[in-house]
Design a protein around this ligand. Structure first.
Ligand SMILES: Nc1ncnc2c1ncn2[C@@H]1O[C@H](COP(=O)(O)OP(=O)(O)OP(=O)(O)O)[C@@H](O)[C@H]1O
Length: 275
């Protein structure tokens, strides 16, 4: 059985005539990672937010989102809140906005740890330090005692990853988790995510096929609110069917870059794409 099964998902906002998402269908196995790529405004974030149940109240959602067999569309907010963190969590692009600037990092991670599990062996503080160490923070005690603005962008993103993983959710949604970082740090965070997400289901949203290819085996290509093509990344690169995907691959020359070499970013070829 698929861990996540999205069927004919559509999302509209307000009186907008054309729904922002139309006919979105994909499945994800328990230990599978699916990339979603597409230009700015194509609907990648709305898809992830729909799965998280975090769309604004005026959004109209139809179709089906089943997580471990449970229907999420129409689920009351108080039940969805229970699932968030425990069964599904999200890593956002902008760690500075996702973290509370007025609260020390250790307390923020501790709140997530404490939220869903009342009884644990050892103290919450100890568990916070373990998680900060696990995501590659070399001095967890000092970082736990710091405010977000005292951290580098990469450290902040590591903290957010710790918060997203702390309750061991079966599904993690990553929305452009490395876009705000410089290339070197981006590589380190991608490696961390590839390691940490190996034993769970993950959706990895990016405008950059090269980035997605480093973390996922399958990809869905979105254009203007629809999935125009999906499948194994290497097969799609070898034989893209949709003209948009063909353009994406031709311009990125992804098939001509030897393994291990840095791939050009799709944003370099689509100036309108946010980077
Ligand atoms: N709260 C909202 N109210 C109205 N329209 C919205 C809202 N959120 C998203 N949209 C619209 O939905 C469409 C898809 O947006 P979405 O943010 O999913 O794009 P995206 O592919 O994630 O782009 P980006 O790469 O820039 O993040 C856009 O046309 C956007 O304007």
């Amino acid at each position: 059985m698929s861990h996540l099964e999205v069927t004919d998902l559509a999302v509209s906002f307000g009186r907008q005539q054309r729904p922002a998402l139309r006919g979105i269908s994909f499945t994800l196995g328990e230990r599978e990672r699916l990339g979603i790529i597409g230009q700015s405004g194509s609907g990648k974030s709305v898809t992830a937010l729909a799965v998280m149940g975090l769309l604004p109240v005026h959004a109209r959602v139809t179709g089906s989102i089943r997580l471990a067999g449970r229907e999420l569309v129409g689920l009351p907010e108080r039940e969805m809140r229970r699932l968030r963190g425990d069964e599904v969590s999200m890593i956002f692009q902008e760690p500075m906005t996702a973290l509370d600037p007025t609260m020390k990092v250790g307390r923020q991670v501790g709140e997530v740890v404490a939220l869903h599990h009342v009884e644990r062996r050892g103290s919450i503080h100890d568990e916070v330090l373990v998680w900060l160490g696990r995501v590659g923070i070399s001095d967890p005690a000092r970082i736990a005692d710091s405010y977000p603005h005292e951290l580098s962008g990469g450290q902040r993103q590591r903290v957010l990853i710790a918060m997203a993983l702390a309750n061991r959710p079966g599904l993690v949604l990553c929305d452009e988790p490395t876009t705000a970082l410089d290339v070197l740090v981006q590589r380190q965070i991608l490696q961390l995510l590839a390691d940490e997400l190996a034993d769970r289901a993950a959706v990895f949203v990016s405008h950059d096929l090269a980035v997605v290819r480093q973390v996922c085996r399958r990809v869905a290509v979105m254009l203007d609110g629809e999935i125009v093509e999906q499948g194994e990344i290497d097969e799609i690169i070898a034989a893209p069917r949709h003209p948009y995907t063909q353009g994406l691959i031709a311009s990125a020359r992804i098939d001509q870059v030897p393994p291990g070499h840095l791939l050009p970013s799709v944003a370099d070829f689509y100036p309108g794409t946010r980077s």
